[in-house]
Ligand binder design. Structure first.
Ligand code: AMP
Length: 286
């Protein structure tokens, strides 16, 4: 039998549809996405199904989190395919608002999380995490889920959302989920479709470098020399153009001079291949 999923385009309609299940005490899980779904997104749904009775997914390419020279206009979109995939894994409702539905007038309220938003992608993409925090808070207000599921693929985003939820007492449990990878280690991402075959091949250097970093951390090597080695290993791929390579303390993303035993280190990479900027990371408990 074909599974179907309910597609809802307006805030008012989604709130109305959630009223009865909420009254019945059904646990609501929420999976926010920008669509063009892949196994990474579907793994969040599978996790949500374990904790919740009803799963809401949003598909919304949020203009607030894209910079002026970024890929908002060409971000990949395929709603029909997304709805089928969402149905196949048992999503109950897919919320697909237009930009005008989400932002009918110029947004004057901006959620800005200091500290964790500042390094890594915060430095390379000014305003990005304000856009993320603002849309995530808005979506949480609309859906009012019991649980919300985020991928560790965007580890800094998880840190930003967790900080925001704590600071603003948002009544939701944030559940971070592991990174899903292709067979050759490349982290799944909607942006991988931008890569040409040669870029795609060289992009495996990200995962290889992260594994190398993990080995070196386990071996007790100095952070600076680990970082240098990762930079060299990425630069060995001719099409790779490094945005950042950093080893930071998790979850506060503070600079580290050295590591203590038991400390969690986030090894985070952002690398351009042609016009495509890829990010990846690994959490290592030393
Ligand atoms: P996006 O559509 O890229 O905004 O991603 C929506 C959600 O899926 C975010 O919480 C991402 O961290 C998560 N996600 C994206 N790619 C992956 C992946 N490869 N593994 C796990 N989660 C992912």
């Amino acid at each position: 039998m074909m599974q179907t999923v309910q597609q809802i385009e307006t805030i008012a309609e989604l709130r109305r549809q959630l009223r009865e299940p909420r009254r019945q005490g059904r646990r609501i899980g929420f999976v926010p996405t920008m669509g063009y779904l892949h196994e990474g997104h579907l793994s969040l749904v599978n996790e949500a199904k374990k904790h919740c009775d009803l799963v809401v997914m949003s598909i919304f390419v949020n203009p607030l989190q894209f910079g002026p020279n970024e890929d908002f206009d060409r971000y990949p979109r395929d709603l029909e395919r997304d709805l089928q995939l969402a149905a196949s894994v048992g999503v109950d409702m897919v919320f697909t608002p237009s930009v005008a539905e989400m932002y009918p007038q110029q947004v004057k309220t901006n959620v800005s999380v200091a500290g964790v938003s500042e390094p890594l992608c915060g430095r390379s993409r000014p305003g990005h995490f304000d856009g993320v925090a603002t849309v995530v808070l808005k979506l949480l207000q609309i859906v009012q889920p019991d649980y919300a599921f985020f991928g560790q693929k965007d580890a800094q985003q998880v840190a930003v959302v967790e900080q925001m939820v704590q600071d603003l007492s948002v009544p939701v449990k944030i559940v971070p989920c592991p990174i899903v990878r292709e067979a050759d280690g490349l982290a799944m991402s909607s942006r991988n479709v931008y890569l040409n075959p040669e870029e795609r091949k060289q992009a495996t250097v990200l995962f290889r470098s992260l594994q190398l970093a993990k080995q070196r951390l386990a071996g007790g090597e100095e952070l600076e020399s680990i970082r240098d080695e990762i930079v060299r290993s990425i630069q060995a791929e001719p099409l790779a153009d490094i945005d950042y390579v950093e080893l930071l303390r998790y979850p506060d993303l503070a600079q580290l001079d050295s590591v203590e035993k038991g400390e969690r280190v986030l090894v985070a990479l952002a690398v351009r291949f042609g016009k495509t900027r890829l990010i990846d990371n690994m959490m290592v408990t030393v």
